[in-house]
Design a protein around this ligand. Structure first.
Ligand SMILES: [Zn+2]
Length: 169
């Protein structure tokens, strides 16, 4: 997303040459550029101590199982956001996280940061935004996710790392 008006003071932005970036929308009043903007999100492949996979169903959007995901709040690290989203949506505690990869989602200008999250199995306390949360074996999880879901790539990446002994969380 690019800005035409200053998101702080509302002034019309003007192009200004900034280093190697070329022309960048600039606010003359605030004396700062506003680079094209994307919202960073975390997407969490939640895995228990014994390698079961936790998937959720949201009460809106696609009525299929998906991974826990959410926006990173201002001032929050990606790991903190993952821990918060998992706690808010399922009531479970994340004990460790490992960054897998990132992907850009054009439709909503989201930078998706994919994490493998180790989560302690306990009683599920699901948020009102969910209709269901359920543990699956990795094979079952692959079938429960819709084709093309980020979760499927994340499952494969997790298994690839685990099989090579590259995973320690
Ligand atoms: Zn301004």
């Amino acid at each position: 997303m690019t800005f035409d008006y200053c998101p702080r003071c509302g002034e019309k932005l003007v192009p200004k040459q900034i280093g190697d970036e070329g022309d960048v929308p600039f606010c003359r009043k605030c004396e700062r550029p506003f680079f094209p903007y994307s919202s960073p999100c975390v997407i969490c492949l939640c895995v228990s101590e014994n390698d079961d996979v936790l998937l959720i169903k949201q009460s809106y959007g696609i009525i299929r199982f998906v991974c826990v995901a959410g926006y990173i709040k201002a001032g929050e690290s990606a790991e903190d956001a993952a821990k918060r989203e998992i706690a808010e949506e399922t009531g479970l505690e994340m004990t460790g996280a490992r960054f897998l990869y990132s992907k850009y989602y054009d439709k909503h200008d989201n930078l998706m940061l994919a994490f493998l999250c180790r989560v302690k199995k306990a009683e599920l306390r699901i948020s009102s935004e969910l209709t269901e949360a359920q543990w699956f074996s990795p094979e079952e999880a692959e079938n429960a996710l819709f084709r093309g879901a980020y979760g499927i790539d994340m499952l494969h990446e997790w298994q690839r790392l685990r099989d090579r002994g590259l995973l320690e969380i």
